[in-house]
Design a protein around this ligand. Sequence first.
Ligand SMILES: *[C@@H]1O[C@H](CO)[C@@H](O)[C@H](O)[C@H]1NC(C)=O
Ligand SMILES: *[C@@H]1O[C@H](CO)[C@@H](O)[C@H](O)[C@H]1NC(C)=O
Ligand SMILES: *[C@@H]1O[C@H](CO)[C@@H](O)[C@H](O)[C@H]1NC(C)=O
Ligand SMILES: *[C@@H]1O[C@H](CO)[C@@H](O)[C@H](O)[C@H]1NC(C)=O
Ligand SMILES: *[C@@H]1O[C@H](CO)[C@@H](O)[C@H](O)[C@H]1NC(C)=O
Ligand SMILES: *[C@@H]1O[C@H](CO)[C@@H](O)[C@H](O)[C@H]1NC(C)=O
Length: 661
Amino acid sequence: MSSSLAKIRILLLVAAVFFGGAVVPTRCLYFNFPSFPNNSTEHLKLSNNAKIFKDAIQVTPDVRVASIANESGRAVYKVPFLIRNNGKIASFNTTFELNISPVSTPVGGEGLAFILAADGSRPGDSDGQWLGIVNASTNGTPEAQIVAVEFDTRKNFPQDIDSNHVGLNLNSVFSIIEQPLSEFGVNLSSGISVFAMIRYDGENISVFVSMSNKTEDLLKNNVIFQALNLSILPDNVYVGFSGSTSDFTQLNCVKSWQFNGTDVSDGRHKRLWIWLTVGVVGGVVICGAVIGLVYHFWMRKRVLNYPEEPYEGIEHQLQHISIAPRAQKFGLRELKKATGNFNPKNGLGKGGFGTVYKGNLMNRDVAVKKISEDSRQGKQEFIAEVATIGSLHHKNLVNLIGWCYEKRDLLLVYEYMPNGSLDKLIFGCDKMGASSWETRQNIICGVAEALDYLHNGCEKTVLHRDVKSSNIMLDSKFEAKLGDFGLARTMHRTDQTHHSTREIAGTPGYMAPEIFLTSRVTAETDVYAFGVLVLEVICGRRPGNPMDLGSYDGSIAHWVWEFHKEQRLVEAVDERLEGQFVREEIEYLLILGLACCHPNPLQRPTMRNVLQVLKGEANPPILPDERPSFVWPPMPPSFKDDTDSSLKDSQLTPFTELSGR
Ligand SMILES: *[C@@H]1O[C@H](CO)[C@@H](O)[C@H](O)[C@H]1NC(C)=O
Ligand SMILES: *[C@@H]1O[C@H](CO)[C@@H](O)[C@H](O)[C@H]1NC(C)=O
Ligand SMILES: *[C@@H]1O[C@H](CO)[C@@H](O)[C@H](O)[C@H]1NC(C)=O
Ligand SMILES: *[C@@H]1O[C@H](CO)[C@@H](O)[C@H](O)[C@H]1NC(C)=O
Ligand SMILES: *[C@@H]1O[C@H](CO)[C@@H](O)[C@H](O)[C@H]1NC(C)=O
Ligand SMILES: *[C@@H]1O[C@H](CO)[C@@H](O)[C@H](O)[C@H]1NC(C)=O
């Protein structure tokens, strides 16, 4: 039995690594550079003569070099933009601030362009008249694969209308449509910033240019409106700027840039593809883990002599649980009617153990969770849920209105949460994805209050065991409500020194490293999951996704710790917050999040400490500069639980690499 448990642990560990890598967020391409500090180079791909200097992109060399004549440069966003997928065409909006200062007299040259290009690097010999977009051999040919909106400051072809115009160029330096800007009161080479907005709706492109940064002024100057078919470009393109100088020279600066493009990636296909690449190995491992678990529970059942009928005795068990009178018993027929016979159209989401439907009961919107019949743990989770939330009451816990058990159907009825779950708020592509700092801060405080209540505030300690963003619901005022107590366990206060359970449960990415060794869920493992959640909410990143995290180890905690080490924590903050926060507050919270994710459970703050920090009653814990490595058993040793025979050194060796990198 204990060797089978050890096997399950190994399998789950491996499965966790695979799962962590397989969850790829499908996100729209969105970024905002209010200015370009030196470190913005990590988000950009610059040709070797384009530089960041004075908080701007210098697309062609700036005054620091001896000669700025006959140069071209290109600067693009590092992540390509998917413009087309399965017949779907993306749309985008972008605004930017250009600053062109003529260096040669009388006026400068040559120009600057916003580009969508197959290639992130500039073509050779593209200086001078070629604007860095094409060269003499690619000009006008399909291999150029570029669409450019040029801001031309020099008339050097008969085709050029004047030396102060905007044009739309397809694979060529010659424009298909041009518009002089002087009549709009815009002088590109005046040395003063020019603001531009470009919109593409999938069919037509609109260009707006103004010397004023006010949106209403910009919208008055629609200088170009043109049907545009992007079929000359590949599916993935780089977006950015190119520019050039000749004997006529100028400084080509981009001082700010915002881009917002829609997401046409097919999430399901993408995920499927990744599943395929994760492939046989992952599949085998996961199946192994599942079979192991099933075997484990089957053995337990036999040992504990559970009745074979999965739902038998529920009524009896519930009688012994004190349930608040608010939670009432419903009939199956009532709930069928409320949800349109569990119409998939009313589906709100699928959880680990069942499907949630929206319904209307007694003129009140409710969420009805139908526990899936094939869920082996269905009954257990049903009882856990009714026993915990049914008997607890806190403003940051989801409110259980009632339940139903009839035939083989187990159902739970909750208050309806109009704003869905927290993960949708953070990772959704809609406008709310960029929800304000205050909202996010309030959500973190709400979750902390709920957990403190569970750990310290109620009669018995309750471990939630599955704290994660998809289990946090948001009411109409975006107040956080912790839900999904399917894995929760109640501990008696007398167990307090080592309240723990012996089943591996939780969600990869949120599980503390020691869980894989001890299979024990403790208050400290809830704190760990909370820490991950805090980092996730502030950084706008999934808890574990190596593909998103570049070369770092999968976990978000490792990722944030690197920023801490280099004392630039604030750069880990979600860029969609657009700098709208108090720097000190957000750094305190990131430090608190890291402290909660301390590899050593004994070094993690308690939820009570966490709450004190959040309320400003205590300072955040002091962190070492380097991420501590995971050492087991933790120092100082605290486990007095002699009965725990699984903690033998020989069994631990394979796991010590878990966070050693
Ligand atoms: C720039 O290129 C032009 C045309 O090739 C050439 O005549 C001129 O001398 C070059 N200028 C410099 C400063 O290299
Ligand atoms: C671009 O802006 C327009 C008007 O503000 C808006 O309707 C559209 O949804 C935006 N598109 C994107 C991709 O943000
Ligand atoms: C022109 O650009 C193409 C594509 O980038 C490149 O292959 C070619 O070498 C360039 N021509 C010259 C003369 O540099
Ligand atoms: C634009 O401004 C520059 C510098 O002030 C000036 O020399 C030039 O004549 C202006 N051009 C137009 C078209 O007004
Ligand atoms: C693009 O412009 C054409 C012509 O004005 C118009 O008929 C069409 O509806 C526009 N497309 C979109 C998506 O707005
Ligand atoms: C764009 O061009 C491609 C290839 O020429 C064509 O198949 C497609 O229908 C065009 N799209 C639109 C919206 O006109």
